[in-house]
Design a binder for this molecule. Structure first.
Ligand SMILES: [Zn+2]
Length: 230
């Protein structure tokens, strides 16, 4: 979770969760501490979601229960959010607002533009945020894949122009994916990869199938969400 603040007005970006480390016995989920956002005099304008992975949306139901503000996200991201809110019985009172790639939304002093990024889940976006003191680019997770499975590469042209125009702050996270068909059959009987976060690493599924085809390997899924939906 990120928060940008200007004169007590706050824009929140993503609301994920983490799973506990091995030393966190008895802990089921690690949730963001939002006590700062709840302090008197502070106005949270909304929560902007970058993509539908659990470490970006998993904490949202817990946050919305204490702070019911508008939530912005692309269609797939909100589609993954809805069952969570339903499970927590807060879907009806939640204010979900769908955005498309390239949209700009004015939230108080912040103008938030969505920029297409390629990731292991479709409909992921970076956020180019114009603030009163300059532009912030939140890339979220992205990779530079010229031929992604969903056909939507990272919008390098927009990033190039943003760079030319000037960016005050820009965090970057790049996703790296191993190429499993480069590992000879004799080396390993089974190759494990993660499609975790409740099956939301959707982009990896066709990639795994294509990697298995020229070898003697066969894809198999396991895990609660996978076996339920496979
Ligand atoms: Zn991600």
């Amino acid at each position: 979770m990120w928060a940008l603040e200007w004169q007590n007005q706050v824009l929140v970006i993503d609301a994920g969760l983490m799973f506990p480390q091995e030393d966190m016995l008895g802990i089921d989920l690690v949730l963001p501490d939002i006590s700062y956002l709840l302090e008197k005099g502070r106005k949270v304008l909304g929560i902007f979601l970058s993509h539908g992975h659990e470490d970006h949306i998993g904490g949202l139901p817990f946050v919305l229960k204490k702070l019911n503000v508008p939530v912005y996200g692309t269609r797939l991201t909100l589609g993954l959010v809805k069952p969570k809110l339903k499970e927590h019985r807060i879907l009806r009172e939640s204010d979900l607002r769908e955005v498309r790639v390239g949209d700009s939304v004015q939230l108080g002093p912040f103008r938030v533009e969505t920029v297409a990024v390629c990731h292991s889940i479709p409909d992921a976006v970076a956020l180019a945020i114009q603030t009163p003191v300059g532009r912030v680019v939140y890339t979220s997770d992205f990779k530079l894949d010229p031929a992604p499975p969903d056909g939507y590469p990272t919008d390098m042209e927009r990033f190039r122009r943003l760079g030319d125009e000037g960016v005050q702050l820009g965090p970057f996270r790049v996703e790296t994916v191993a190429v499993c068909h480069s590992i000879p059959d004799a080396v390993a009987l089974a190759i494990q990869t993660s499609c975790a976060w409740r099956c939301s690493s959707i982009g990896r599924s066709p990639w795994l199938g294509a990697a298995c085809r020229p070898t003697s390997r066969r894809p198999a899924s396991s895990g609660s969400s996978r076996s339920l939906k496979a």
